[in-house]
Design a protein around this ligand. Structure first.
Ligand SMILES: NC(=O)N[C@@H](O)C(=O)O
Ligand SMILES: [Mn+2]
Length: 279
């Protein structure tokens, strides 16, 4: 049925099982062709306490200190955050640069593969769904032979006496499901919940039709990347249709809520500051 709004044309018919994990992050469904080249059309929004940054708004430029890598900064302190979130598109023979002193880094691979080498020369290969946490002032380098897309979070580490963080390499699928009392979504966390860590990365899964029970308002900030699926994000008094590839900034106290729609599960990656007194 070629009807203008027939369900089949609205729902993504590609058989996603034949595609690599998170493939839509780097090949998002852009707006219908008749909207794509509509002058000035974008789903992106920037308000005082939230922003929705959609793929057609990403602006890439060479990442300073990295080699052969294009970066699109999506969230930085200029938006009001205490962290940065950027996409890094590593091309062949690319190499990462180090973050500034006292800045911790977490990278998560959404496409391709990179090799992480630490100061003692130990290398690990990171493929899609793998991640690495680098403590502040931890010497390391990421190298890519072919191509890779990373989502990177960096933050000036909030030091605590007698607490240090460890270098961590892992993958989402190896993290245990955590209890989510009163909520139906499935939750994994990529970092330990212990005090040294001043943020965590939540990976949250919703089946179509599932939604957040609590319409949250909290002091923590969020940087969100929708890895899979589609749904409606409520931010403040605005309601946004969202899909894999979309990025959201949530300022402290912005009312937030999500409902998953469509035929496939939603999975999003969420930065959240934790373990530090807000004063
Ligand atoms: N927005 C959202 O998903 N928030 C919660 O998951 C949370 O842990 O803050
Ligand atoms: Mn929240």
């Amino acid at each position: 049925d070629e009807g203008f709004c027939s369900a089949s044309s609205m729902l993504d018919q590609t058989d996603s099982s034949s595609k690599p994990l998170y493939w839509k992050v780097t090949s998002p469904t852009l707006s219908p062709s008749h909207l794509q080249d509509l002058p000035g059309f974008t789903r992106s929004v920037y308000k005082r306490d939230h922003a929705l940054i959609t793929p057609e708004s990403h602006v890439f430029s060479p990442l300073p200190d990295w080699t052969n890598t294009l970066g699109a900064y999506l969230i930085t302190p200029a938006i009001g955050s205490h962290f940065v979130m950027y996409l890094a598109k590593m091309q062949e023979n690319s190499r990462s640069g180090l973050p500034p002193n006292d800045v911790e880094r977490l990278i998560f691979v959404t496409q391709g593969a990179v090799t992480l080498t630490n100061a003692s020369g130990i290398s690990s290969k990171l493929v899609v769904d793998s991640y690495a946490y680098l403590p502040p002032n931890f010497d390391h380098s990421l190298k890519c032979d072919g191509s890779a897309t990373l989502v990177v979070f960096e933050r000036r580490y909030a030091f605590l006496d007698n607490h240090i963080t460890e270098h961590i390499v892992g993958s989402t699928d190896k993290q245990p499901l955590l209890e989510t009392p009163g909520e139906v979504f499935e939750l994994r966390k990529l970092l330990p919940a212990s005090m040294p860590y001043d943020f965590n990365i939540h990976i949250m899964d919703f089946q179509p039709g599932e939604f957040l029970n609590v319409k949250e308002v909290h002091y923590n900030q969020h940087g969100l990347l929708l890895l899979e699926g589609q749904g409606i994000y409520r931010l403040g008094d605005s309601w946004y249709p969202v899909q894999a590839g979309d990025v959201i900034w949530m300022a402290p106290f912005v009312p937030q809520w999500y409902a998953a729609l469509g035929k496939t599960r939603s999975r999003y990656l969420l930065y959240k500051d934790v373990n530090r007194n807000p004063l």
